[in-house]
Design a protein around this ligand. Structure first.
Ligand code: HEM
Length: 433
């Protein structure tokens, strides 16, 4: 960033980058996007006290950037060299040997392994696993009549499903949950959290190398890409860390939409907004990953009329691009599918897990709203606090009340299911066979 010039007035001018990391942005992101759009297709923002970025808010510029592998690289190392080592954005943007931070053939190799592994997840078995986890989480608070749907439901659900899919031993599950959640928590030591996650997954990969199981870890090790142990560990931790927070936020944001929708009187009674409508609305208006898609110009360049320096951080605002009022946003007919919003990004690094993530979110919402069917918010929507941070859009808490339940359905069907039962039998065989 440019150091402040001594003697310059403290009052922010139009050229002072808007900060995306504080409470003001969390309280009104769309107000910030409006101001940024007024500056052009890209505008300078501050993502941490010492770190500036160019943020793309224009829809077409966003699509162009996300597909332009000639001009931009995903490798952050040149940029990272100038960022303080303790910067809070490094746990998210700092380099790791994974699909997210690589280009070309290296990326394709990791991406194929990830895609083929995720493709093994049988939808009906994933739905059964999410249902099992959901029922267990609901049972923990359903007798009380009150709860926080983020802390007690949405936050834990994706990770418990991932740990089962990858064959993490039940006694290690809490360490994975703690490690993954800690990476995105500004109050936690993110480096220690990531190290804890890597430690558990490293032991798991070594164990599966010795004794293959029926889980996604075993499959990833057997994939023709021939990933070594460390590469396997890094792709698993990528899947867990990249999958956990946005799925939590998709569930949380959609539940909030359903519980606060004024068209239905703010309750789930009588033909309320469906889970599908709520999820679709959130993906357009408040995508869980609001600003991401980190790219770095390979050389000095001009992009959509804006000069960019080699190696500088350029982020894409999926939220601003989605709400720029392209015809597809204002025309409900064109929005009815999942059409052209950018919530899953686009280009070679678009989310590879759209289908399982949607299925997890929908199942989680349906389970909750069908069991606690008179759920209502325990505070006014305006009183909700949003988690600060430049990357996500996420309510910090979702306090609710409901009629306490005496009991909930048994989580497991007849004969306790194995944690890995939702992985089909071809795992462990020849991956493409
Ligand atoms: C099952 C849950 C999920 C998993 C396993 C998952 C996994 C991943 C992975 C591995 C990548 C990196 C792909 C690459 O670089 O080639 C990625 C990227 C991405 N995912 Fe997901 N994801 C999940 C849920 C979600 C959800 C719910 C959203 C938001 C609606 C989302 C949005 C994105 C976006 C926008 C990117 C691109 C990030 C960037 O450009 O920096 N993902 N995801």
């Amino acid at each position: 960033m440019t150091p402040p010039v001594p003697g310059t007035p403290a009052a922010p001018s139009i050229l002072e980058p808007l900060a995306l990391y504080g409470a003001a942005f969390a309280a009104d992101p769309h107000g910030h996007y409006r101001k940024l759009r007024a500056q052009g297709p890209l505008a300078r923002v501050r993502v941490a006290p010492d770190v500036d970025a160019m943020l793309v808010t224009d829809y077409h510029a966003a699509v162009d950037l996300l597909r332009d592998t000639e001009t931009f690289t995903k490798d952050p190392r040149a940029w990272q060299a100038g960022v303080p080592a303790d910067s809070p954005v490094l746990p998210v943007l700092g380099h790791r040997p994974t699909a997210l931070f690589t280009d070309g053939a290296v990326h394709a190799r990791y991406r194929d392994a990830i895609n083929d592994t995720l493709a093994l997840i049988e939808p009906h078995l994933l739905r059964a696993e999410v249902t099992r986890v959901a029922q267990r989480l609901i049972a923990d608070f359903s007798a009380t009549g009150t709860g926080d749907l983020i802390a007690q439901y949405a936050r834990g659900l994706p990770l418990h499903v991932f740990t089962a899919s990858f064959g993490v031993a039940p006694e290690d599950t809490e360490r994975v949950v703690r490690g993954t959640a800690g990476m995105m928590d500004p109050a936690a030591d993110a480096t220690a959290a990531y190290d804890e996650l890597v430690g558990v997954v490293t032991a798991l990969v070594a164990e599966r190398r010795r004794r293959p199981g029926r889980d996604l870890t075993t499959y990833l090790l057997a994939h023709p890409a021939g990933l070594d142990d460390d590469e396997t560990v890094r792709q698993i931790t990528l899947i867990m860390s990249t999958g956990h927070d946005p799925t939590t936020n998709l569930i949380g944001n959609a539940l909030l939409r359903m519980l606060s929708d004024t068209g239905y009187g703010g309750s789930l009674h009588g033909g309320a907004m469906t889970a599908h409508e709520a999820v679709n609305d959130v993906l357009w208006r408040d995508p869980p990953l609001a600003n991401m898609g980190a790219h770095f110009p390979r050389h000095d360049t001009e992009f959509h009329g804006v000069p960019l320096r080699a190696g500088q951080l350029v982020l894409v605002s999926f939220a601003a691009a989605n709400t720029q009022s392209p015809p597809s946003f204002t025309d409900p007919a064109a929005r009815s599918g999942d059409g052209a919003h950018l919530a899953w990004s686009t280009g070679p690094h678009r989310c590879p897990a759209k289908q399982p993530a949607l299925l997890m979110a929908m199942t989680a919402i349906e389970q909750l709203t069908s069991q606690l069917c008179d759920l209502e918010l325990a505070v006014e929507p305006d009183a909700l606090v949003w988690r600060p941070g430049p990357f996500h859009r996420a309510p910090a808490h979702l306090p609710v009340r409901f009629t306490p339940l005496d009991s909930v359905p048994e989580p497991a069907g007849p004969g306790a299911r194995q944690a890995t039962d939702h992985v089909p039998t071809r795992v462990g065989g020849t991956p493409n066979g």
